[in-house]
Design a protein around this ligand. Sequence first.
Ligand code: GLY
Ligand code: MN
Ligand code: MN
Length: 434
Amino acid sequence: MKDLYLQHIATRQRTTEAALAAANFDGLVIQSGAPFTYHADDQDAPFRTTPHFAHWCPLEGPFHLLYIRPGHKPRLVRVAPEDYWYEQAPLGAPFWAEAFDIVEAPDVNQAWERLGVARHAAYIGDEPKSAEAHGILSDALNPEALIKRLDWERATKSAYEVACLEDAETKAARGHHAARQRFLSGGSELEVHHAYTQAVGCIDRELPYETIVCLDEKGAILHYCGKRAGVQGKVLLIDAGAKTLGYGSDITRTWCAPQADPRFAALLCDMDALQLAICARVRPGMPYLDLHHAAHVLLGDLLKKHGILQLGGEEAVQQGLTAPFFPHGLGHFLGIQVHDVGGRQKTPEGGVVPPPRQYPYLRTTRTIEEGHVFTIEPGLYFIEMLLRPFRSGAKAQLFNWTLIDALASHGGIRIEDNLLVTKDGHRNLTRPKI
Ligand code: GLY
Ligand code: MN
Ligand code: MN
């Protein structure tokens, strides 16, 4: 891991130097972040490191400062207060330490002093006022042109980042196996969630995002956050990941219990095949939008095959008939952030490629390149608020409402894998583990 990490840092140094030169700065200060205290309370939200800091350094906790300059080893000022309220463990000798010139400071003000920052450095972080007070110029605070270049680079994962993501897949796979077993033995959403975190070996705030554990009809709520106790189900949709050194996996599986309607179980089987068929198309040079559109076309065919729609394929898509069943994007970049940056970015300099009006929620409009990591997560849901407009009017007879109403209590299906784009195709990081 250490060798991969040092290569990763060498790449960060090179790409950051180029970005600094293009944006006319002579250095970059990145702050790990300040805690967010709830309004009128004395409690903080779970701390999340500034993603640009995490891209360089897996050190956790607030207020640390990193100073990157061309031709110098990056300086890391670790804020390590004396404190008896919270544990302040010593740094020890983590594998990543030798990449930095490490200094310690008891608080954020002294951290700035020990950073020794030059006046033409840029600052990235959530305390721009404090940065300005410590000598950063106002037009160097979170400068968009620099951040766009860094965000663009973040889409291409180094071998170190892929290793972190693979480990996060392994952990999440343990959780998904345990969750499935708990579901099949009659577990509630709460019990399935606990089985998941127990098997991953973490507490909730260490997850990359809150688990989505849906029994039956709750599967039709895309970001359902409930955790019902005492309720058993015939279908489990679980969307849950795990984290390694700041990098998160994002995996969804849908499972049927024996009491599920066999027509829904057949849909699930074909959705799994559809998801794999889309994965099989992934290769560099292809616009991600083409995959998303292909998923809708295949979904149209699937809905026709199962007697839910009377039209299939392109025709169903053109008439807007697949949209209510699959109302989210096929996937998104993945890395430090679950919905990682840069998915709609046009060039390293910035700009946006908006999704077509037909697919407003598609987060990824960029052309696929080697080294990208993203999710492929087609869905098929029975969402009444989206189906309702079709229940009357000219298109109503194209839907089998009796079948839809019979299956609605099963919620929906989503199958989500994490893919690394390779030189001539892709590697599915999830499937070998689940
Ligand atoms: N877990 C959120 C998503 O799949 O995008
Ligand atoms: Mn996802
Ligand atoms: Mn997900």
